[in-house]
Design a protein around this ligand. Structure first.
Ligand code: NAP
Length: 252
């Protein structure tokens, strides 16, 4: 599937947290559509290596880059390494994310900081690292991974919901600021997706998700990857500043 405005042939995409879950599915979808891909990770080099091999098997150039997205120095180095290996970055997907769930009154400051640093500041730093080049080239696209809880809040996830709501503000502000240079910035807001992040959910929690999701299932990473690919590419050439729910109707 490489036709017309859905093609990413000749484009370079950097996906933060691309080694597992949704990020992995995004990397592989973009590679299927023709993109050369950079797979960022922090700890699991073997998982990142498998994604690189899978993208290579699709005929794409692919590299793994280790960097903590909450570190400005590491993010700058990551962007430079990717551009040296693959060329200018056309597409950035800010996907890296963590949770440190707990009730607000008992939430340690360190858990607040860790979640805001990775999920929100990470997107700020990575966007900054690629924006200048995109502005010079007057082209580029950024997609941020928000969440249904960033739109609705969630008991036990004050830090995560604040970060994901913050990403919506970042998305809309950057969309306005970068539009004059033809750079589009959008977000997806997934519901509950089957990945390592949600694997620990208790059966009752999963049952509650089914009943509050009109389509009556958890999402798959590929469901999100298709939405990201749409927003990242030329099929969405006239779309900027949107937050696309991919939640089976949970947020209706
Ligand atoms: P996941 O399976 O836990 O994978 C997280 C990915 O992020 C891994 O590749 C991990 O790499 C990377 N990562 C974590 N901390 C990082 C850091 N400091 N710097 C760089 N990379 C880092 O998560 P997921 O479920 O696929 O979620 C992906 C994104 O979608 C997140 O932003 C999440 O908040 C969002 N989301 C998920 C759901 C859901 O239901 N799963 C719903 C809505 C939104 P390492 O393994 O190397 O650490």
């Amino acid at each position: 599937m490489e036709a017309g405005s859905w093609s990413f042939l000749g484009k370079v995409a950097l996906v933060t947290g691309g080694s597992r879950g949704i990020g992995r599915a995004v990397v592989l979808r973009l590679a299927e559509l023709g993109a050369d891909v950079a797979v960022n990770y922090t700890s699991d080099a073997a998982a990142a290596g498998q994604v690189v091999a899978a993208a290579g098997a699709l005929g794409r150039r692919a590299v793994a880059v280790k960097a903590d997205v909450s570190s400005a120095d590491e993010v700058r180095r990551m962007a430079a390494d990717v551009e040296e290996a693959l060329g200018p970055i056309d597409v950035l997907v800010n996907n890296a994310g963590i949770t440190r769930d707990g009730l607000f009154v008992r939430m340690p400051e360190a858990d607040w900081d860790a979640v805001l640093d990775v999920n929100l500041k990470g997107a700020f730093l990575a966007s900054k690292a690629v924006a200048r080049g995109m502005m010079k080239r007057r082209s580029g696209s950024i997609v941020n991974l928000s969440s249904v809880v960033g739109r609705r809040g969630n008991a036990g996830q004050a830090n995560y919901a604040a970060a994901k709501a913050g990403l919506i503000g970042l998305t809309k502000s950057l969309a306005r600021e970068l539009a004059p240079r033809q750079i589009r910035v959008n977000a997806v807001a997934p519901g509950y997706i089957e990945t390592d992040m949600t694997a620990a959910l208790a059966d009752e929690a999963k049952a509650a998700i089914y009943t509050s999701t009109p389509l009556s299932r958890l999402g798959r990473p590929e469901d999100v990857a298709d939405a990201v690919a749409f927003l990242a590419g030329d099929a969405a050439a006239f779309v900027t500043g949107v937050v696309l729910p991919v939640d089976g109707g949970m947020g209706i």
